[in-house]
Design a protein around this ligand. Structure first.
Ligand code: 6GU
Length: 286
């Protein structure tokens, strides 16, 4: 999977070299390129934002700078130009001959791919606190993509025409919020989404079993049951007896009941969304 991240703080993503993500990069499972949006500015101040049209507080990210950057990364000709490509002169790793070829949005022979579900087409993702919530379902879908391009907004956000324009050019564009609170910029949100997506890429996790049973996964997205390790009694607190009974059927039933009870109590919205057929007769008794 090829991942491009555009930000005014590309250094923020240095942490991706750590842990499982760092290992996945070393093993060539994912390749991340970070880009500084200011590299696509032309003015002495390298400005990326301007005052909101219609008034109001804060600053809005300018469409022109984003478009020069995204045209380069997506290898789209800027509007008004015909034929050829705009080149990637500002892309930090563009001159790196050892870098593998990046799948192109536009194939000179066949034009823009008409099928947005094609996993070879790049998907453009903008974090946005006013967008639909990013879910495990989205993470699962995006983990199948070969190429993701993330654009991190700052300030009061980005000009709304940016996603509209790229969608009109045949690019699959997604905007997501990661929760009902406001962050200063999209960097944290992109880190969250990236982790949720890439850990589902086959081969990423050391133990693939560990993603099978966890919360939000599968047909019925329940919160996970409580987990315990040894010792069986710690500071006067014992693990539930059934877990040391050795009866796998009972253990499974206990865990399922606990997941259902916890979800009903803490996230009734998830229970309401459950498909009617995913609850068995046994489940309904819980
Ligand atoms: Cl995606 N961006 C920002 N700036 N704030 C957020 C968010 C995204 N999701 C929740 N809050």
């Amino acid at each position: 999977m090829f991942i491009d991240i555009v930000s005014v703080f590309p250094e923020y993503f240095r942490s991706l070299d750590l842990g499982l993500f760092g290992k996945a990069i070393e093993r060539g499972l994912v390749e991340v390129r970070t880009h500084n949006l200011r590299d696509w500015t032309h003015d002495v101040h390298h400005s990326v934002d301007d005052t909101p049209v219609g008034g109001g507080a804060g600053m809005v990210m300018k469409p022109e700078v984003w478009a020069e950057c995204l045209d380069d990364l997506l290898d789209l000709a800027p509007r008004g130009m015909t034929g050829g490509t705009s080149g990637s002169k500002n892309t930090k790793n563009a001159g790196d001959a050892s870098a593998p070829a990046i799948p192109r949005a536009e194939d000179p022979e066949h034009g823009v791919d008409p099928d947005p579900k094609d996993t070879d087409s790049p998907i453009l993702i903008f974090p946005n606190p006013s967008a639909p919530l990013f879910t495990q379902h989205d993470a699962t879908e995006l983990s199948q993509a070969k190429r993701l391009v993330f654009g991190c907004g700052r300030y009061e956000g980005y000009d709304a025409r940016i996603p509209t324009y790229y969608a009109s050019q045949g690019i699959d564009v997604h905007e997501y919020s990661i929760g009902d609170y406001v962050l200063n910029g999209g960097e944290v949100a992109v880190s969250v989404m990236l982790e949720a997506i890439t850990r589902l890429v086959p081969g990423f996790m050391g133990n693939p079993e560990s993603i099978v049973e966890e919360s939000y996964t599968g047909g019925d997205a329940l919160l996970e049951y409580h987990q315990y390790t040894k010792p069986a009694v710690w500071r006067g607190l014992a693990v539930p007896d059934v877990l040391i009974s050795g009866d796998h059927g009972k253990v499974d039933r206990f865990r399922r009941d606990e997941a259902l009870a916890r979800t009903s109590e803490l996230r009734p919205d998830l229970v309401e969304r459950l498909d009617c057929c995913t609850l068995s007769k046994q489940d309904r008794r819980t």
